[in-house]
Design a binder for this molecule. Sequence first.
Ligand SMILES: Nc1nc2c(c(=O)[nH]1)N[C@H]1C(S)=C(S)[C@@H](COP(=O)(O)O)O[C@H]1N2
Ligand SMILES: [Mo]
Length: 175
Amino acid sequence: MGGIILTNRTIGAIIVILIIIMGVFAFMNREIVKDVQEAQENREIIVKDDQGETKLIFDDIVQLDEEEFTATLDTSDTDPEEQSYTGIPLIKVIEKAGITIEDKNQIIVRGIDGYTVAFGTQELMDKDNLYLAYKHNGKFLKSKREGGSGPYQIIARKDQFSQRWCKFVVEIELR
Ligand SMILES: Nc1nc2c(c(=O)[nH]1)N[C@H]1C(S)=C(S)[C@@H](COP(=O)(O)O)O[C@H]1N2
Ligand SMILES: [Mo]
């Protein structure tokens, strides 16, 4: 029977192979972590439709006409309270990405935690309803990792409760 004879040489070879495998995984993981960190630092957001996708970074978004507005925040564990936010009308963000909304029905927004909300394009056209906010009471929204609701959050001013105020927005899709 030709089993593997565990000589010092074979043990040595196995250890070397394991170290190499661990090294490759550590390297791959570092690359992935770096990508995620970069995406978070640039506060990237993907805007897409069936024609393709555009990546917008914070610099693209702040150069749009920002607005300061109020909205009533009402969650399961807070009483309704008027809050001040700063952000961009959502429709302007979509226009910036070069996406046409005339032939679309729905807009789907996803958070980094997988939370997904949908709006009709009619709601998008309503001037003072939907915003992509990045400041709350004058302070930049912190990321999920930092315990915040940002770096971007959808503010749906006309929603009575706050279910569609999607936090940690990373992707906007038009269908
Ligand atoms: N990304 C993301 N956004 C979200 C949620 C969530 O779980 N993930 N919860 C929604 C719900 S149900 C409410 S009431 C509001 C406020 O939730 P909070 O009080 O937990 O912040 O955020 C909304 N947006
Ligand atoms: Mo909620």
